[in-house]
Structures are given as C-alpha cells and as structure tokens.
Design a protein around this ligand. Structure first.
Ligand code: ZN
Length: 433
C-alpha cells in the first residue's frame, strides 16, 4: 500500500514537472538537459577532445553537465553526434575544405561535422548560437539548425585569448624522429607553419634568453630572465595581459624555477639567482602548475583553460613541455620521441579549443633545438649529435586571427612576442628597430 502511494506520488510529481516544462519550452526547442553527447567508439582524438570541450562549454553556460556516451551504448532520445558515429546521418566530410564545418539537425538528433579540429568549430557554434536561457531553463533551439548540410567557413575573431605552447628544445628533426618511430601525424602541421631564428646575444641560446625573447620581444644574453641586452627590465606578455585585464595561466613540466616559465614571471640577471623564488612570489597568476608529471600535463592544461577561460577580457596561457630538451641533453632520442608524442596530444586539445573559441590564437613553437637530432644513414635511425643546444631554426605553428603572418615565414623569436602583443592591440611592445 505504501509502495503504491509513493509511486503515484512520484508519478504525479514527474507529471507536474514535465507538464510545467512542456508549456515553457518554445516550439521547436528542447531542454538542453535532455541531450546526450555521442562519439563513435572509433572516434579520433579531435572528436574525443571536442566532445569533452563541448561538455565543458555547455556546463559553463548552463551548469548542466551532459553525459558523453559512445555510439556502442544504447541510443538516447535526444543526441548530439560529434563526428561520425554508427547512427548519425551519413555526410561526406571529405568534400569539406580544411577550414569548413557543418551543423545539421533532423529534430531529435544533431550532427556536427568537420575535418580534424574543425569539428570543434561546429561544437562551438552549437553552444554559442543555439543554446540559450528561456524562462529560467536552458533550451537548445534545434528547429533553427539547418536540416541539410550547409558547410560554413570558420571565422576567426580578433584575439581575446592567446595560448602559447613551447616545446622546450623541439626542432623540426625531433618531429621527424617521432614520425620515423610511428607517430602518424604531427597535428600542428595542419596549421600555418613557419620557422623562428633562436640565437641570443650570446650566440646559441639557452632557455632563459630564448624564453625572454618569446615573452618580452627582446634579444638578451644567455642566463638572463626578462632583461634586455643592457640588463634593463622589459615587460613580458604575461604582464601585458594582466594590464589588459586578462586572466593568466602557466602550465609546465619544468620546475617552478625553470628558465622558460621564469622568463614570463620575473626580471633577473641570472636564471641561477637565489632570488628567483622570492621574485616569483610577488606574481599573481590565475593558474600556475609546475613540475606536472608526464601524465598530468594534459589534465593540468584542461583545468587551467577552464580556469582562465572564465573571463570578461580573455586570457593568456603558456604551456611548456620540456621533455624534448631533456631528451636532447641526455643524448637519448627515445625520450625526444616520447616528448613529441605527448606534446602532440596536448596540441590536438588546444587546436580544438582554439577552433571552438575562434577569438583564440594558438602558437606552437620552441625556444631552441636540443641535441642536434638528425637521421643517421649509417644507423638507419634518428640520433643525437650533441648534448647541447644548437642554433638551427625551430618551427612556429599558428592558428587564429592574423596568424597567416607565420605562414612559410622565417621570423625572429622576438617577433612572436610582438605578434602576440599586436594581437591584443598593443603595437609598442618589444625591441623596436
Ligand atoms: Zn636545454
């Protein structure tokens, strides 16, 4: 008897809630909370990253966390298919240009499509254009979504956000070594690609002068952090970003006092200065994770982006992986290959982020090459030829507003800093003339 009463009470409650909701939902729309995000069991890295980023995006808009399910699980009534799945409609992504995507709906099912990271551009538009608040609920206006595939070009907006990824010691040959050992694709090669001249005032650069050039736009002598060639403090892009009211974050596998993160934090004559920690303690970042473990870096990046992305004025984020550098110094190519593969995964996630939020610029580069990595005809494999840094140019990959600047160009490492400042609307930054 008690059971029946409880049952009918809850039925009544469900009916009341459901009936109430129905009357409040505009025609053709559906409650956001009724959707499930679906990826194919054989989804690629971009589709998986996009599903996760879409889940984050919708949570940030609505506080509702949608479930992500693989297509091998049972179908739900309302589904958002991220890329190809066993039950999304068949569309030919092959015919899409590399900067195109689509969103299509047949009522209860929404399909997102695009090659590689462009799938995230589709997800970004879905969250931005079709999710909204209506009478204290969040709805998805499914009936406004096209019912036939209409490819759209991604439109990058002037940058509010910059993500700078530094592969410490990463040269072109490091990437080739990883490919030789089975890496199918270096994802950043889908972006604009150029190269950067890394020399410092000393000659072959160290990580301090290299990072100072990228952070501040000034050439300096080795060991120097955030000072110009005459030991005068110069502003770095993290400081500029904070002046502009942006949030800032740093994630690095290096230690807190590593030269690369430190060039974005302090102004000191030597990277070995005992004052480095106390100088850092004056700096306030919105997110700072250092010495993150091999497995931890991507999780820290995700957490960091969630933290800094919650900002009116945008953000600046620096991500460093130093595994390639330590592999080169260690005269040990296998470590370089592990580093490149790990960095590659991290890059894919950030490419999806930048496609989802097209007012984001992503730059992937290095401060210098380490190890003189080259292919040995004799050994039929990639080898290190030195345990030191070399002076060869390093890659610069970029996506976002104005980044064609880097396409097939040879720039100075200081130009990267100036480009970032310019992208934030500041012309007078770094060494002039
Ligand atoms: Zn090094």
């Amino acid at each position: 008897m008690r059971k029946i009463t409880a049952l009918s009470m809850s039925l009544l409650l469900i009916f009341a809630l459901f009936g109430c909701q129905l009357s409040n939902i505009p025609k053709g729309a559906q409650l956001v909370s009724s959707y499930t995000i679906v990826v194919g069991a054989d989804a690629d890295i971009f589709e998986r990253d996009t599903a996760e980023l879409l889940q984050d995006y919708i949570t940030s808009l609505t506080q509702i966390e949608l479930e992500i399910r693989e297509d091998s699980a049972a179908a739900a009534e309302y589904e958002i298919f991220v890329g190809d799945t066993s039950r999304s409609a068949e569309y030919d992504t092959q015919s899409l240009a590399n900067d195109e995507y689509y969103i299509v709906s047949d009522g209860n099912k929404i399909s997102l499509g695009g090659n590689k990271h462009m799938i995230a551009a589709a997800a970004g538009e879905l969250a931005r254009e079709y999710v909204e608040a209506s009478k204290e609920q969040f709805i998805l206006r499914a009936s406004d979504i096209p019912v036939t595939v209409t490819p759209k070009k991604i439109e990058y907006k002037e940058a509010r956000n910059i993500i700078l990824m530094i592969g410490d010691g990463m040269g072109f040959e490091h990437i080739n070594a990883a490919k030789f050992e089975g890496m199918e694709e270096f994802y950043a090669e889908n972006l604009f690609c150029g190269e950067s001249i890394t020399t410092s005032l000393t000659g072959v650069t160290d990580s301090a002068a290299g990072a100072t050039a990228i952070a501040c736009g000034y050439k300096t002598t080795n060991k120097t952090l955030g000072l110009d060639g005459e030991d005068r403090p110069v502003k770095n892009i993290r400081e500029l970003s904070q002046e502009l009211g942006k949030k800032t974050g740093i994630v690095t596998t290096d230690t807190q006092i590593g030269a690369t993160p430190s060039a974005f934090l302090v102004h000191l004559i030597s990277r070995n200065s005992p004052d480095i920690l106390s100088a850092q303690s004056d700096v306030k970042l919105d997110y700072f994770k250092h010495y993150v473990t091999d497995e931890g870096i991507l999780n820290s990046v995700k957490e960091g982006l969630r933290t800094v992305n919650d900002s009116e004025n945008g953000f600046f984020m620096m991500i460093e992986d130093d595994k390639m550098d330590s592999g080169g110094h260690g005269f040990y190519p296998p470590s370089v290959v592990i580093g490149i593969n790990r960095f590659n995964e991290n890059i894919a996630y950030n490419m999806c982020f930048a496609a989802m939020y097209p007012d984001t610029i992503l730059i992937v580069t290095a401060d210098h090459e380490t190890g003189g990595v080259t292919f040995s005809e004799k050994e039929k494999k990639y080898v290190c030829t030195t345990s030191e840094h070399t002076g060869v140019n390093v890659p610069v990959f970029a996506m976002g507003f104005g980044t064609e600047y880097f396409s097939n160009a040879t720039v100075d490492n200081t130009d990267i800093a100036k480009f970032m400042a310019r992208s934030f609307g500041v012309e007078d930054f770094g060494q002039q003339g």
